[in-house]
Design a protein. Structure first.
Length: 256
């Protein structure tokens, strides 16, 4: 059975050449809840924080999901020690919890029987984090009117602290800094081997949808094409003043 699940996981790579976005399905990253959307979570001290990837809007049979969460300040700088949830980081992978179980009865799991979930954490050359989440399962037909849990990610910041990491590394510093958590892509795989994109359910007027930190269109100051992003969440509310208007030029300025 495990071998079969690995083969199904590889099918995502085969299907990448023919994604579809005809469905009304959408994805959401939200702090602590499926609904309503909680875009921003501030560091409120050393404890665990839940980020929920949820899905709604499709009644199509599917056999797996695939997504990637990019974690880092909206620019090229590395994440602080408090966000080093990779094996070589201050937190290490042991402080990262991953589950595909339903968050609540109102937000059950988006999966069929015999599920097989895989996850990987890696650093980009700029020192930012990539969290790849893939799951395969027996054919599952959701209710388009319901919202479902795809993944619950627990960032255990019990050892995090504001300010620099102390010399003895008793805690992991930089927890007060701003980070963006961006679902750079999200899709599900149908039984006939099609990938269906799941763009963002929500939009923020300062970060026009779709938003992707690595988007060439965004970096050039123009609106990116539809389907290049599937939503984001923010860590600490210090990115923008919502009393000020948003323009692509201002968003582009976050990269400098």
């Amino acid at each position: 059975m495990k071998f079969l699940r690995v083969l199904l996981s590889l099918a995502f790579l085969v299907a990448l050449a023919r994604p579809s976005s005809a469905q009304t399905v959408c994805s959401r990253l939200s702090w602590g809840t499926c609904d309503p959307w909680v875009e921003t979570q501030n560091f409120n001290g050393p404890t665990a924080y839940l980020l929920v990837w949820s899905i709604t809007g499709t009644g199509e049979a599917n056999v797996g999901t695939d997504g990637n969460i990019h974690i880092g300040e909206f620019g090229s700088g590395p994440v602080p020690d408090s966000w080093r949830f990779d094996d070589a980081g201050c937190q290490t992978r042991s402080q990262l919890g991953l589950s595909t179980s339903g968050l609540t009865k109102a937000c059950p799991s988006f999966k069929g029987a015999n599920d097989y979930a895989t996850a990987s954490v890696s650093l980009t050359p700029q020192g930012q984090l990539e969290l790849r989440l893939t799951e395969t399962y027996d054919s599952f037909t959701p209710n388009a009117a319901n919202r479902y849990t795809a993944w619950v990610i627990t960032f255990d910041h019990s050892f995090s602290s504001a300010g620099p990491t102390p010399p003895d590394q008793a805690t992991c510093g930089g927890a007060e800094l701003c980070e963006g958590l961006n679902l750079t892509f999200a899709d599900y795989l149908t039984p006939d081997n099609r990938l269906v994109l799941m763009p963002s359910c929500d939009s923020d007027w300062y970060f026009p949808q779709p938003y992707w930190p690595q988007s060439p269109a965004l970096l050039s100051g123009t609106s990116p094409a539809a389907g290049t992003s599937s939503g984001f969440a923010l860590w600490n509310s210090c990115y923008y003043d919502k009393s000020q208007p948003s323009t692509w030029g201002r968003v582009k300025g976050l990269y400098r």
